[in-house]
Design a binder for this molecule. Sequence first.
Ligand SMILES: [Zn+2]
Ligand SMILES: [Zn+2]
Ligand SMILES: [Zn+2]
Length: 148
Amino acid sequence: MPTSAAKIPNEYLDILRTNGGRVTPIVSTLLLCLHASKQIYSPQQIKDELSEMLSCDVGFPTIYRAIDRLMQCKLIHRMHRDDGQTMFFVCRNPGNEHHHHFICTSCHKVFEIDMCLAHKYESHVSQRLEATITNHIIQLEGVCKECQ
Ligand SMILES: [Zn+2]
Ligand SMILES: [Zn+2]
Ligand SMILES: [Zn+2]
């Protein structure tokens, strides 16, 4: 499969370019691979797909560097499965402000949740602890409409 960056929506490429320059073939192929699927991927699945798409054996250090770059740009996110495995998925609204994702445990599809309801919770906690909250991670899992 050709690895032309043209198939990646421009908004992803724009965000990548404004956040640190060159878009390497490995970064664009990883993004292309995750974007083509609506599902979560394990590092091993990413390695297998990329090695096939690029017709060479892509090593884990290279893959994790690309994953880090895409995570820094908030184009992909990770979730932790109960068995300890970390999974990765692409955000389909990368230009949107802070939001969350729902992951179906049956079909492994990712759904965008275009809002965050944690601000009230944050202000409650920061008042109670007199602390400044700088981040939160919410992992929403369940069974999607189609899988029920
Ligand atoms: Zn998203
Ligand atoms: Zn489902
Ligand atoms: Zn939030």
